[in-house]
Design a protein around this ligand. Structure first.
Ligand SMILES: *[C@@H]1O[C@H](CO)[C@@H](O)[C@H](O)[C@H]1NC(C)=O
Ligand SMILES: *[C@@H]1O[C@H](CO)[C@@H](O)[C@H](O)[C@H]1NC(C)=O
Ligand SMILES: *[C@@H]1O[C@H](CO)[C@@H](O)[C@H](O)[C@H]1NC(C)=O
Length: 599
């Protein structure tokens, strides 16, 4: 080859490289996020708690679908039999929709059924939702999310309760591959989307957080009246919360002392009380600090390379009797506490604090400790007095103020008031571009019922029936590529059915919601992502991570039993014959029974 030919060849290579670099740049014209509004939904009314049986007797419920893909999710048709309400519709890109179902005459009939058929626009991917009743009991009513047509498996849920929700989150794209909240996936979700988030500052990420994270049980270390109904905020421990996606743990830690001897420290415990400094502290204790530490160490051992924040407060002592006031920590207690914290693996020591930690990119943390990641310990030291230090850089313990945070707690007892308040507040700040908000934003997506209500109905019911389900229409409807919180703090993460806290009984919406918001919504903001959205590119590396089983098309039943390899014809609730009386989406009523054309 002559020299000039070689030059020409090189020039054309360069051109190809430039063009492909260009196509990998985020450009506003590539945005797929839809500004179309879906119909407003409803929250489960508060009075359903005042009459707990109405939660069972109301035959109305919702299936909320969240679309975190660049494809419109189109309703192809519905077929329903003996339903008063069967309203489904399209879900535009980036949006959510609360679909409504009401069984006819309450529970009077026993063979109600309906199916909704969806397609992802511009793809060959389809899925079906099936609602079925075989009798008048609540456990004879089921909802099947059948995503086997997308190779994403099936999930059967029991009727979730009157006027509450079964939620489905879908993310990915035809190029990237799809994922849905049928089940949890690999624990290290940040590693799984490393290429997408590595260059983003922490203040541009979306993470789940767990409120009163160590209150997954009641341990009675103080003799107060807090019980599992009014004082327990989570159903699963720190290890499972981390696997369910939480990366921000709200931990309130106190030392517990013998009644007549402040010098007898009986250990460090998670505490949830009305006021840790009050003479009389009403509440109770949860996990021990030792348990929290061994649980997070187990998680980071199995899932290296994540960024995990422990936001720690209280830091006072309490006597076993709750009415003897707080004990201010002395140096001895502080040193004992610090030596406990040293047992946390992958702390991040001696960080450069010249800018707020929220401004550091995710990879700055994820690659530390030889790629094992960071557990960042942030202390709110307002109860620490005198010569007691509030930080220890050499131990990886930092003041909360090393990260600039806006934390919005609505302090409202009811989701009707809380949800619009949260949305309005986080929409006051924008991400990326010239007016980029330079702090971390924590949204507390939780309600604070008064003692009477929480004792009567339980914090669990408020979380799993009312508050968490509302995230999947009201919360999502308030988010877009420029406006979203960084931490969504929730109660009872993952719990879908009351007291069903076994790993396989949990639901995975929060997990996939955080992943999908980072992958899809934030990536559509060119001020957050200089690269073209990963979902608009074919990515060899998408979701490929060692130890992750990415070809699952099984089924999880309502009782938590899982079949990993069901026969291809196995689809619970499928209707073989559409009976005379079946109503289609266009309102046409069948006058004779016909074989189900979608069977
Ligand atoms: C759970 O449900 C499945 C499907 O109905 C059934 O095959 C299985 O026996 C059930 N398991 C238990 C423990 O009840
Ligand atoms: C209504 O929908 C059914 C089922 O898809 C179809 O067979 C029928 O032709 C439609 N009727 C009208 C008037 O469009
Ligand atoms: C369909 O149902 C209607 C009302 O229930 C009934 O009058 C009609 O005879 C049925 N038609 C057939 C073909 O079964």
């Amino acid at each position: 080859m002559r020299f000039s030919q070689a030059l020409a060849l090189m020039a054309s290579f360069t051109k190809v490289l430039l063009v492909s670099a260009q196509t990998n740049v985020c450009q506003p014209k590539d945005r797929t996020f839809s500004t179309e509004q879906t119909p407003a939904g409803s929250h489960q009314p508060y009075n359903i708690f005042q009459n707990p049986t109405s939660s069972l007797s109301s035959s109305k419920f919702y299936i909320s679908i969240v679309n975190l893909t660049p494809h419109r999710i189109k309703l192809e048709n519905t077929a329903s039999y003996q339903m008063d309400t069967f309203e489904f519709g399209d879900i535009p890109q980036g949006r959510a929709r609360q679909n409504r179902i009401k069984y006819r005459n309450g529970w009077a009939t026993s063979d109600d059924a309906g199916e909704a058929y969806y397609r992802l626009d511009g793809t060959d991917k389809k899925f079906v939702l099936r609602i079925k009743g075989t009798g008048s009991r609540v456990d004879q009513r089921s909802v099947t999310l059948d995503l086997s047509g997308m190779n994403l498996g099936q999930r059967v849920y029991r009727f979730p309760g009157g006027e509450t929700t079964v939620a489905l989150v879908i993310t990915g794209s035809n190029k990237y591959g799809f994922h849905a909240s049928i089940k949890h996936d690999y624990g290290g979700w940040m590693r799984m989307i490393y290429n997408t988030i590595k260059d983003r500052p922490i203040r541009h990420l979306i993470m789940t957080g767990t409120h009163d994270a160590g209150m997954s049980k009641i341990t009675d270390k103080i003799n107060s009246i807090g019980n599992s109904f009014n004082t327990q905020n989570q159903g699963i421990n720190i290890y499972d919360q981390a696997r369910a996606g939480s990366r921000w743990f709200d931990l309130r830690i106190a030392s517990i002392h013998s009644n007549n001897d402040a010098s007898r420290n009986n250990g460090f415990w998670i505490l949830h009380v009305n006021d840790e400094n009050a003479d009389l502290a009403i509440g109770n204790s949860g996990e021990s600090l030792d348990e929290v530490i061994s649980e997070i160490n187990k998680f980071t051992r199995e899932n290296p390379g994540e960024v995990i924040f422990f936001s720690i407060r209280y830091l006072v002592g309490r006597y076993e009797f709750p009415d003897r006031g707080p004990i201010t920590w002395n140096l001895q207690i502080w040193n004992d506490f610090l030596s406990k914290l040293r047992a946390i693996n992958n702390r991040c020591l001696n960080l450069d604090l010249s800018t707020g930690l929220q401004n550091r990119p995710a990879s700055w943390f994820m690659e530390r400790n030889e790629n094992k990641g960071c557990v960042i310990l942030l202390l709110d030291g307002q109860n620490l007095k005198g010569d007691v230090p509030k930080e220890s850089f050499a131990d990886g313990v930092y003041s909360t103020s090393r990260m600039q945070v806006r934390d919005h707690w609505s302090n409202m007892g009811n989701v009707d008031a809380m949800a619009p308040n949260q949305v309005q507040k986080w929409r006051e700040v924008t991400r990326g571009g010239g007016s980029d908000f330079n702090q971390l934003y924590i949204a507390q997506w939780l309600v604070t019922p008064d003692a009477l209500a929480s004792t009567a109905f339980g914090l669990q019911a408020f979380a799993i029936q009312q508050t968490n389900p509302s995230l999947y229409w009201a919360g999502v409807s308030g988010m877009d590529p420029e406006r979203y919180p960084n931490v969504l703090l929730v109660d009872y993460i993952g719990v879908q059915q009351k007291d069903q806290t076994g790993w396989d009984s949990l639901s995975a919406e929060m997990y996939w919601f955080a992943i999908g918001m980072n992958l899809y919504t934030a990536s559509e903001n060119c001020g957050v992502s200089s690269q073209k959205s990963p979902l608009l590119r074919r990515s060899e590396e998408a979701f490929k991570i060692e130890g992750r089983d990415d070809a699952w098309n099984g089924i999880i039943f309502a009782n938590g039993t899982t079949f990993n390899n069901p026969p291809p014809t196995f689809h619970p609730g499928r209707i073989e014959v559409l009976r005379n009386g079946t109503v289609f989406a266009n309102g046409t009523v069948l006058e004779t029974s016909i074989p189900n054309p979608w069977w």
